[in-house]
Design a protein around this ligand. Structure first.
Ligand SMILES: NC(=O)c1ccc[n+]([C@@H]2O[C@H](COP(=O)([O-])OP(=O)(O)OC[C@H]3O[C@@H](n4cnc5c(N)ncnc54)[C@H](O)[C@@H]3O)[C@@H](O)[C@H]2O)c1
Length: 386
């Protein structure tokens, strides 16, 4: 079969910080062209790549840079969430300084959301800010983390044994010069991480009408129907899925670039499922990845909304079917409600100990609900407990 060369370009409109997100298959083979367009005459670039990516793709990206007159310093990284720290950032910055990286030379991040957050933050602070190009290689990074310019690392706090990481505590808003979402690397992404990215797409589908108005209804219906083909890595479906979800994320970011709005803004609605999800994710013996916890959180939120009379039973049924089609768990063993509620109370959206949840209110619609009854929240938790 000939390669699918369909390409999509979504503009993220942020005035002087506007940029294109390009979506397609085989785009890394043209990286040099994209870099030259986004950063005229860079001379050199510093490419940090995730070592889990196929070496052929890294070579193709470097060959394209070279053929466009861009000399690339490359550095493979293998980072876990525990390495997303100021120490790692310091290492990246020292390396850039040792290479005498200049102000106009872009950094290129070729990896998942974790690597993108760290390299983007290095770009934000190296020489007080240099351009960066984001080439996300996980579905989550393509549809979510890679768009919006939020960069950063976790902060280690606390003495001795109580030492722990505060996630994404230190960072900067620093928009990339261009985003290159090539679906080719998704071939090697572990299936759980592909499903995890689909959880964020289901979330987008659940808020699409609130964010985009009536046209959002189409995204809701289309996304749920596209999940099986996306999971089979059908290129055309992936390109369409990523382009549509990048567009939704772009509209949210355009309306509130630096997350300063508080009530019912799109940025807040992006937290749908995350209050439950974070509570589950941080349980001591939890072995779920983020997207799996978010998927469970979406179902718990839908059943909480049903218990509160905010939506009818079709919403939890839709979420349940979508989780199934995306290969995500719908039930897991969970501790007592008290343990989960306690963690939810610490969520960043809670105010003075009063729980605030983003809950679905209809197909593609969601809203912030202040102080939902504990009984309704318990119904939500029970719906995802084995
Ligand atoms: N900046 C934002 O707005 C934002 C939003 C959401 C999440 N995040 C951050 O993103 C991170 C999570 O991102 P993620 O889900 O992409 O995880 P990740 O970057 O940790 O990648 C997941 C795993 O897949 C591997 N991998 C990446 N691409 C691969 C490929 N093509 N083939 C094979 N393996 C591959 C990685 O090495 C890793 O083991 C978290 O640190 C989170 O805080 C940031």
């Amino acid at each position: 079969m000939p390669p699918d060369t369909t390409q999509r370009c979504v503009r993220v409109n942020l005035g002087p910080r506007s940029y294109d997100a390009r979506v397609g298959v085989g785009l890394l083979q043209h990286l040099g062209e994209f870099v030259r367009t986004a950063c005229p005459a860079p001379g050199r670039a510093h490419l940090f790549f995730d070592e889990a990516i196929e070496p052929e793709l890294v070579h193709a990206a470097c060959a394209s840079l070279a053929s466009h007159g861009v000399r690339a310093f490359t550095r493979g990284l293998s980072l876990g969430e525990g390495d997303k720290t100021l120490d790692t950032l310091g290492g990246l910055l020292r390396e850039l300084a040792e290479h005498r990286s200049e102000r106009h030379e872009p950094l290129i991040a070729l990896g998942g959301g974790l690597l993108g957050d760290a390299v983007g933050f290095a770009a934000a602070v190296h020489r007080r800010g240099v351009p960066w190009i984001n080439c996300p290689t996980t579905l989550l990074a393509m549809v979510d983390a890679g768009i919006g310019g939020k960069t950063g690392v976790n902060l280690e706090v606390g003495p001795g044994p109580s030492r722990h990481l505060l996630k994404n505590m230190v960072g900067a808003f620093h928009q990339p010069a261009v985003v290159i979402a090539d679906v080719a690397p998704l071939r090697t992404l572990p299936p759980r991480h592909l499903s995890g990215g689909l959880a964020e797409c289901i979330k987008h589908a659940m808020i699409a009408r609130s964010v985009l108005g009536e046209p959002g209804g189409d995204l809701t219906a289309w996304t749920t129907s596209a999940l099986p083909a996306a999971r089979r890595l059908d290129n055309a479906t992936l390109i369409e899925l990523i382009a549509r979800h990048v567009a939704l994320k772009a509209r949210v970011v355009e309306a509130d670039e630096r997350e300063t709005q508080t009530r019912d803004s799109g940025r807040i609605l992006l937290n749908l499922g995350h209050t439950f999800g974070h509570a589950i994710e941080t349980l001591d013996d939890c072995d779920l990845i983020h997207g799996e916890a978010v998927g469970l959180g979406l179902l718990a939120a839908a059943n909480t909304a049903l218990a509160l009379g905010l939506c009818d039973a079709t919403i939890p049924a839709m979420v349940q079917a979508a989780l199934h089609d995306a290969g995500l768990p719908a039930r897991v063993p969970l501790p007592d409600d008290g343990v989960i509620l306690e963690r939810m109370a610490h969520d960043k959206k809670s105010r003075e100990g009063r729980l605030r949840l983003v809950l679905p209110t209809g197909p593609g619609r969601a809203a912030v609900v202040e102080g939902p009854s504990p009984e309704a929240v318990a119904r939500g938790i029970a719906s995802i407990r084995v």
